[in-house]
Design a protein around this ligand. Sequence first.
Ligand code: FES
Length: 145
Amino acid sequence: MEAVQAQHEDKRPKIVAFLCNWCSYAGADLAGSGRMDYPANLRVIRVPCSGRVDPLFVLKALEQGADAVLVSGCHPGDCHYAKGNYYARRRLTALLELLEFTGVPPHKYRFEWVSASEGKEFAQVIREMVEALNAAEQKAAMAHV
Ligand code: FES
């Protein structure tokens, strides 16, 4: 158990993913149960709705060592609480502007709609995030050579 835990903790880059229970979490589950290939860099936090994600959660995750944060919820019109994802979109778009203003690179934060039937799309989002993080790390390493 400890070896598995240590192996899990070594995965870099580390992505914290806030996933709405009804769509994106189910999409991630579908990707897993469908054995779709994507990097195991996620720390999933299941939330009832993307509207529950306070922008401070994203900032706190980045502050505490996450290399990137994903917030994902139901597509517009599909939120189980009617307007939660609209509120999320408004708040998290404002957060994106704040992060850009404060110098946080855009590849460290992503907001994405993923439905319960989009396991393939979920896997693609994670692959893209890991690729962007690895590319940024390589670029930074080359700058120090
Ligand atoms: S329930 Fe999924 S975004 Fe609201």
